[in-house]
Design a protein around this ligand. Structure first.
Ligand SMILES: NC(=O)c1ccc[n+]([C@@H]2O[C@H](COP(=O)([O-])OP(=O)(O)OC[C@H]3O[C@@H](n4cnc5c(N)ncnc54)[C@H](O)[C@@H]3O)[C@@H](O)[C@H]2O)c1
Length: 266
């Protein structure tokens, strides 16, 4: 292979969960701009329709409306996407939600609503279902197709929260993301012999609807580069992990956080 073809994803069949907005939409743009074929899976129908109609100018894109916490529906949606495109090369398991307050407020005081004893069962279940179990369901639905083809790429959106405990993000989010990061390693180990590579992206703060103005300010203050990421700044990593350039990388966590894990320098 010539080195100029290292990032070639032409014609690849790609699925992106949570693809209607934010980081998922940025992944979609990166794939479409490089001539991959993309199916977005999202539960927000109006954002999905809008994303598909806007992205059509960039390439071959379709949408399937699905709530990724519905396990049967995830399998059906993945099968539908594979029927449409004839195969499945790359899956971004990315959909996720926030988890309410952490145990410290933005002002640095204890927030009773974020304390362990105040976390409601309903919130715990919803966040684990959406941010962890759905990632497993998506992998499980994709694997039979990839095994049949003897190859594929699975890219999980985790978070730096998976490797560093934090005070201002809710407990269930932290724990779900820790699960996602380990899921990347465990799946990579099992699937390596089928030439299916699994890696996790660990974003730090990016400017999406998950980042409220208060969070943004807080993240900027804690960052050595004093800013949060723009969604387009994750596109190079997405293209790298989907393309031949990363053919010897599996079971890895790649942090993309503008140095946030390092903490402030001034
Ligand atoms: N933005 C950040 O700073 C940041 C940092 C670390 C990790 N992440 C992770 O990145 C991923 C994407 O987040 P984002 O910031 O782009 O958020 P976002 O809210 O902008 O986009 C998330 C998308 O997922 C969809 N979605 C949510 N629940 C769903 C469900 N049950 N079924 C189907 N679709 C669903 C939403 O409709 C939306 O289109 C999440 O897993 C999030 O935890 C984000």
């Amino acid at each position: 292979m010539k080195t100029q073809d290292l990032f070639d994803v032409t014609g690849l069949s790609v699925i992106i969960t949570g693809g209607a907005k934010g980081l998922g939409r940025a992944f979609a743009e990166a794939m479409l701009d490089n001539d991959a074929r993309v199916v977005l899976l999202d539960k927000d129908e109006s954002s999905l329709d809008q994303a598909v109609s806007e992205l059509k100018a960039r390439g071959d894109v379709a949408g399937v409306s699905v709530d990724v916490t519905d396990r049967d529906a995830v399998r059906a949606a993945v099968n539908k996407a594979v029927e449409r495109n004839g195969r499945l090369d790359v899956v971004f398991a990315n959909a996720g939600i926030d988890a309410g307050p952490g145990f410290l407020s933005m002002a640095g005081e204890r927030d009773p609503e974020g304390a362990i004893e105040a976390v409601p069962d309903r919130l715990w279940d919803k966040v684990i279902d959406t941010n962890l179990t759905s990632i497993f369901s998506t992998i499980r639905a994709a694997v039979p197709h990839m095994k049949r083809q003897n190859g594929g790429r699975i890219i999980l959106t985790s978070s730096i929260a998976s490797i560093r405990p934090g005070a201002i993000v809710g407990m269930p989010y932290q724990i779900a993301k820790a699960g996602v990061s380990h899921l990347a390693k465990q799946s990579a180990l099992e699937l390596a012999r089928y030439n299916i590579l699994v890696n996790a992206i660990l974003p730090g703060p990016f400017l999406t609807q998950l980042t409220t103005p208060d969070l943004k300010k807080r993240f900027e203050a804690g960052s050595p580069i004093h800013r949060v990421g723009r969604p387009e700044e994750i596109q190079g990593l997405a293209l790298f992990l989907a393309s031949p350039a990363s053919s010897y990388i599996t079971g890895t966590h790649i942090v993309i956080d503008g140095g946030a894990l390092l903490g402030r320098a001034d």
